[in-house]
Write a protein that binds this ligand. Sequence first.
Ligand code: FE
Ligand code: CA
Length: 506
Amino acid sequence: MRASRDAAALIALGALPAFGDARELRFQSNPFRFGVASGDPVPDGVVLWTRLDGQVLERAGALRLHVPVQWEVSEDERFRRIVRKGSQLAIPELGHSVHAEVGGLRPGRHHWYRFTAGGEVSATGRTRTAPAVNAAIDRFRFAFVSCQSYENGYFTAYRRVAEEDLDLVVHLGDYIYETATMGPERAVRLQEAGGELFTLDQYRARYAHYKTDQDLQAAHALFPFVVTSDDHEVKNDYAGATELSGVSPEQFLLRRAAAYQAYYEFMPLRRVAMPAGPNMRLFRRLHFGNLADVHVLDTRQYRTGLSCGGGRKPQCEEALGRTQEMMGPEQEKWLMDGMRASGARWNLLANQVLIAQLVQMANDTPTFSMDNWDGHVQARARLMKFLAEARPANPIVMTGDIHSNWVADLKVDFNNPSSAVVGTELVGTSISTGGDGDDSTRPQVLALNPHIKFFNNRRGYVRCTLTPSLLTSDYRTLPYVSRPDAPVETRATFVVEDGKPGATEN
Ligand code: FE
Ligand code: CA
């Protein structure tokens, strides 16, 4: 109420035009508190993101106004060669977020961008357009990241990502955690507004707090991101329209709608991803010359319910049944059609949870995680069979979720050591979730799962370099996240040669 009264007072004073117009608006402080970001690069453009700080808007009486935000894109860092500019209304319905889809840029090069609103200027961001369609490029560099619990640790891994020379960052989900605060005894640093999230305003507040992290902002300001979400952007282990707390699907979909909207508002996503109620189109494909196609998956929204009550279980009938889906029929067909048609040398899949089978013993019984593809065995079998028969070029799956580093061969039959290798799964550790970790190597788990070649329990990210002949993946790890400023090291390097499925340690 106060905001609209302030606005009315300003209008009366002639400081603001009426009818929710804010063209003459002047902010008293910088509203770009959440930084800037860019995403989903194509050869001639990229989406530019920012969001105006509600507190600054409120002080200016603009919380309920449509606020024009100008953006400009330059081919040099000092904005001497501005090649595109435009304006977009930041509206209260979308939390005054801005998603500017810029076209007309030159391919395969850096661009710099910034926003202005109410007389204030944002930080300068740098981004990079994708190479020209089918261009022969000899190198593509990217990192993939996942799982950033604010309370579990510092986002130093992002500081180290920002020091890398990359064309792209891929985020595989768990950008926020919806859970209640751990409390001052256990949290490395406390989140604001600490309860579990249910409503749009609650999800927005959590993102707003995470987005104040300077390391996170630094990485976003330097590289375009391709993002997809996992479960904690909504609710731990949710599956389609269901989750385990006992609410009905109709009730849960209200929460999912709120969570998806907040996700969209805070991510550098194109308008096609803007949610309509509880539905959000996240699966999509990006092309990087003739070198890489990136198939971005959404394995949460279209899943069938958790198999066998969830958790880690001995293999059970439901998990093996034909009705259990991970991608849903439409996305599964889209993925297979796209991989079959791909002319790229490497097919990268941005995937949420572990695809490779992972057997772990509990009380002398083999158990499997029902939240992973192990809980949806037939869906995995179809994908593995597709890789074996259609033989799309060099399938490499990037996975997050389990807060640890793994490298696995993908096989049609994981129980048969002589079953052919059809692809490689690179599982990247968390940015911070799980805390410092340790140097355990889990030899018993590796012995039980001969298709798995590496395990590591530190935080960090995976840095990859693609050339026409080789994928090099460097497992970059930090010794701690409970204090800031940790150094980074390469704990292991695995390579995949063109035409030869399976990773080998360098
Ligand atoms: Fe996670
Ligand atoms: Ca997860």
